[in-house]
Ligand binder design. Structure first.
Ligand code: PMP
Length: 462
C-alpha cells in the first residue's frame, strides 16, 4: 500500500472488484434530483434510477436528515433484544400500502436476502402446517430474484447461473410469459410459440415433481430486470393463484423492483387483482438511500406461525431491521405520500409512453414499447444491413450523450432479447422526460452513424 493510494481516490478498479475490472467508469462526485455528476462536471440524466432503486431522485434532504437523526439517537441495537420506534412505524406504513390481508412485515437488507427469507418462511409454514416434505420452489426461466445461491437457484437467468453451477437446489422452472415482439426461447425445449399455454406447462411441472414436494412459486408480477418491463396476459396471475391454492403452494411475488409505485400502483400485483401469500420488496422502500428490504406476509401464514411456532420465524441476522435503514425507509415512505409520487408516476408515465410510442414508429431499431407507469422497455432490434448492437454498448453511447438507461439481455443466447429498460426516478418532471427521450433518439441515430463510420474505417484499413 502506498501513501498515494490512501490519499487520492484513484480508479476504484485498482483495489475493488465490484465492476468489470477492464473498464473505466466515470467517478460519481455529486447527485441531485434526476442527475448524477462526474468529476469532469458531466451530467448524466438517471434514466434507470441507479438499478431501479433511487425512486425519489438524489439528494432528498428529508431522508438524509432522518437517517442522521436516527444514527445519533440509536444507531444500532440488537434487533432481537430491542425494539426501536422506527421499526413499528415503518412496518405499519408498509402494511398500510399493501393489499388487504398482507399485514405483517419482516425486514432484511437487500432483495436477494428478502427472497431467501421468503423461501425459508414458505418451508417453515408448510412444516408448521404438517406438510414437511414441501421444499422445492418453482421459478421461471429468464427471471431474476437475487444473487445468493438460493435465489439464483429459483431464478432462471441461465447467464448468471453458468459460472456457479450446480445450483444449491434443483428447483424446477416454467416458462414466463413473453412480450409479443419476440419469439420466446426456453432452454429446455427450444421454445414455445406465442399460443403457448403457460398454465398447462405449470400444471405439468407440478404433476412431474409432485405437489407434495413443492413449497412455493416465485415470480415478478411485471418483469423488471430480466426481460425489460414485460407485462403478462391479464388472466395469467389469477390462474397462477388458482393453481397455488389447489396444490398448497405459497405464492411469492417479488416486488423488489416494482414495489412502491414504480408501475403506477403501490405494488405491480394490484394491476391483476391477485393477493400473494408473500410480497418481497427492496430498492424503492428507501429510495435507494439505505440497504433495506423485506417481505410482507399474509395473515394465513402469520396465523400458522403464531399458533405452531409461538410467532417465531426461525431466521434472522445482524442487520435485519437496522434502525438507520428503517429511518430511511420511514422517511422515504412519508415522502411518497406527502408528495403524491404515485400520481406523478401515472401522469409522467403516460407522457413518456406517448413519446416513446411516437419515437418507435420512426425508429426501426426500437421494438414495441411495453411496461406500466415508469417501468417501460423495448427490445433493441437488429435492422437488416446494419450491425447488431448490444444493449450494454448502446447504454455506453447513451452515457456519452448524457443519460444512463438500464440495459438487459433477456434471452439465453445473449443476442436476441437485447433490451433497454427505462425507469427514471418516480419524481421526474415533464421537462426531464422530454430531454431523456431526446437523448434516446440521438443515441439511436448515433448508433448507425457510428456503425457506418466504423465500417468505412474497417474498409479503409483493409
Ligand atoms: N429481485 C428483483 C426483481 C430484482 O430486480 C433484484 C435486483 N435487481 C433482486 C431481486 C435482488 O436484489 P438485491 O440486488 O438488492 O439483492
Amino acid at each position: 500500500m502506498s501513501t498515494a493510494a490512501t490519499t487520492s481516490p484513484g480508479p476504484a478498479r485498482d483495489h475493488v472488484f465490484h465492476r468489470n475490472l477492464l473498464k473505466k467508469y466515470p467517478l460519481a462526485v455529486r447527485a441531485a434530483g434526476v442527475y448524477i455528476f462526474d468529476g469532469d462536471g458531466n451530467a448524466y440524466l438517471d434514466a434507470s434510477s441507479g438499478a431501479v432503486a433511487a425512486n425519489l431522485g438524489h439528494g432528498v434532504q428529508e431522508i438524509v436528515d432522518a437517517m442522521a437523526a436516527q444514527a445519533s439517537q440509536v444507531a444500532f441495537a440488537h434487533t432481537l433484544r430491542f425494539e426501536t420506534p422506527v421499526l413499528a412505524q415503518t412496518a405499519r406504513r408498509i402494511a398500510h400500502l399493501s393489499p388487504d390481508g398482507l399485514e405483517t412485515v419482516y425486514f432484511a437488507s437487500g432483495g436477494s436476502e428478502a427472497n431467501e427469507a421468503a423461501m425459508k418462511l414458505a418451508r417453515q409454514f408448510h412444516l408448521d402446517s404438517g406438510r414437511p416434505g414441501k421444499h422445492l420452489v418453482i421459478g421461471r426461466w429468464q427471471s431474476y430474484h437475487g444473487n445468493t445461491l438460493g435465489a439464483l437457484s429459483a431464478g432462471g437467468d441461465v447467464g448468471r447461473r453458468t459460472s456457479f453451477s450446480p445450483m444449491l437446489a434443483p428447483y424446477p422452472h416454467v416458462s414466463a410469459p413473453q412480450n409479443e415482439s419476440l419469439q420466446p426461447v426456453c432452454p429446455h425445449d427450444g421454445g414455445p410459440d406465442e399460443q403457448f399455454d403457460y398454465i398447462a406447462e405449470f400444471e405439468q411441472v407440478i404433476a412431474r415433481v409432485g405437489a407434495e414436494n413443492i413449497s412455493a412459486f416465485i415470480c415478478e408480477a411485471i418483469v423488471g430486470s430480466q426481460q425489460g418491463a414485460v407485462v403478462p396476459p391479464t388472466k395469467y396471475l389469477g390462474q397462477v393463484r388458482e393453481l397455488c391454492d389447489r396444490f398448497d403452494i405459497v405464492l411469492i411475488v417479488d416486488e423488489v423492483m416494482t414495489g412502491f409505485g414504480r408501475t403506477g400502483k403501490n405494488f405491480a400485483v394490484e394491476h391483476f387483482g391477485v393477493t400473494p401469500d408473500i410480497i418481497t420488496f427492496g430498492k424503492g422502500v428507501t429510495g435507494g438511500y439505505a440497504p433495506l428490504s423485506g417481505m410482507i406476509v399474509h395473515d394465513r401464514i402469520v396465523d400458522i406461525i403464531r399458533e405452531r411456532s409461538d410467532g417465531v420465524f426461525r431466521h434472522g441476522y445482524t442487520y435485519s431491521g437496522h434502525p438507520v435503514c428503517l429511518a430511511a425507509g420511514n422517511a422515504a415512505l412519508t415522502y411518497y405520500t406527502d408528495n403524491a409520487v404515485l400520481e406523478n408516476v401515472v401522469t409522467q408515465g403516460r407522457h413518456l409512453r406517448g413519446l416513446l410510442d411516437d419515437l418507435q414508429s420512426r425508429q426501426p431499431r426500437m421494438g414495441p414499447v411495453r411496461g406500466r407507469g415508469l417501468l417501460l422497455g423495448f427490445d433493441l432490434l437488429d435492422v437488416p444491413g446494419r450491425r447488431h448492437i448490444t444493449s450494454e454498448a448502446f447504454n455506453e453511447m447513451a452515457m456519452q450523450n448524457g443519460a444512463i438507461f438500464y440495459p438487459g439481455k433477456g434471452r439465453i443466447d445473449g443476442i436476441r432479447g437485447q433490451h433497454l429498460l427505462i425507469a427514471p426516478p418516480l419524481t421526474i418532471q415533464r421537462v426531464d422526460i422530454e430531454l431523456m427521450v431526446d437523448i434516446l433518439e440521438k443515441t439511436l441515430t448515433d448508433v448507425d452513424v457510428e456503425v457506418s463510420s466504423q465500417i468505412i474505417n474497417e474498409r479503409n484499413a483493409q
